[in-house]
Design a protein around this ligand. Structure first.
Ligand code: TXA
Ligand code: MG
Length: 320
């Protein structure tokens, strides 16, 4: 038996497995097993009224979990699945309350990762999976990060290497009269507009932990600033004996004249917004591993996935 088949067996028996997706690692449970779902919530430390995303293997399975699939959702699914997009739809009677926090909708997505797709195929059903971190913490983008967060609470971690996108899926609510983006993520606003031919408004009233003001926070304090202030801020904090880390586009770091010093660690200097997304969570985790006091981050420009990266940085900084 290979690892994917073992993982499918664990899911069938009501256990939890972690698997890679293109966005972040998920902590999976059988989406139709209420006992397994309760276990999932307890390991995550997540309040029972927060819904989880149900992962499916192909677009055809939409009808199994959604009560109705509006034209807009169909267009998005056909164009962007497998991919970092979650669609919120009215749920079918087959989805247990435990997967939706009692809401009458369900979040569904087909992930674009060969191991995730193999697992979904071997298992055959839907896999409910939040990100494989404890509630409120930074999402894991490597198998090691999952193991260090969840330890023995997860039966098996399928290792697919570092995640290619690095931040979570974009969530589009298609259950109302017009679509809305509930969470910015791996699919940019530009891409949604290209596919649909109109702008999808951002924001909604549905509760979603990924939309809480404080989320994605490392232990170190995260401070957002402009590239021009990087040099002096790093020098000031260092002068007070604080251990400083820096995250900024390579270009921004260079233009600020910032070259680093012995008391300052350059956590990441990505070349573009996609690389920024890919290395963001690992950089925040590294800040904690190195026991840094402050992370100075220059948010990327608001293009492509840059908007979602800036959103995560604002939430990481909101914990003060
Ligand atoms: O990229 C991702 O989406 C990753 C990978 C593993 O697929 N998953 C992920 O799951 O980020 P999680 O649980 O950390 O975040 C899921 C978000 C939450 O903010 C949740 O509230 C929202 O999806 N969500 C799920 N179902 C929903 C629903 N029916 N209505 C509104 N929001 C929903
Ligand atoms: Mg999460």
């Amino acid at each position: 038996m290979n690892d994917t088949e073992r993982a499918a067996g664990i899911l069938r028996a009501g256990g939890l497995v972690s698997f890679p997706t293109e966005t972040v690692y998920g902590l999976g449970a059988d989406a139709r097993n209420a006992v397994a779902l309760r276990r999932l919530y307890s390991v995550k430390g997540r309040p029972a009224d927060h819904p989880v995303i149900v992962h499916i293997g192909c677009t055809q399975q939409l009808n199994e979990f959604a009560a109705e699939v509006p034209a807009t959702a169909r267009v998005l699914a056909d164009a962007l699945w497998p991919g970092p997009l979650t669609l919120v739809l009215r749920r079918s009677a087959r989805v247990p309350d435990e997967a939706t926090g009692g809401l009458d909708t369900v979040g569904l997505r087909v992930p674009a990762h060969p191991i995730a797709l193999q697992l979904l195929e071997a298992f055959g059903g839907g896999i409910a999976a939040p990100s494989a971190n404890r509630f409120g913490k930074v999402s894991p983008t490597t198998a090691d990060a999952v193991r260090s967060d969840l330890g023995n609470d997860v039966a098996l971690v399928l290792d697919g290497g570092p995640c290619a996108v690095g931040i979570e899926s974009t969530i589009v609510d298609c259950s109302g009269s017009e679509p809305r983006v509930l969470r910015e993520g791996g699919i940019s606003a530009e891409r949604l507009r290209d596919v649909l031919g109109f702008e999808v408004p951002v924001g909604g009233t549905v509760r979603a932990p990924g939309t809480l003001a404080v989320h994605y926070a490392p232990r170190a304090r995260v401070e957002l600033l402009e590239a021009e202030s990087l040099l002096s801020a790093a020098a000031d904090y260092s002068a007070y004996g604080l251990r400083v880390g820096v995250i900024a586009l390579g270009e921004a770091a260079r233009s600020s004249g910032f070259v680093g010093s012995t008391s300052t660690t350059i956590l990441a200097a990505p070349r573009d917004v996609a690389e920024y997304a890919r290395c963001l969570y690992a950089s925040l985790r590294r800040a904690d591993d190195l026991d840094l006091d402050v992370v100075l981050a220059v948010p990327p420009p608001d293009v492509g996935v840059g908007a979602a990266v800036a959103d995560r940085l604002r939430r990481a900084a909101a914990s003060g």
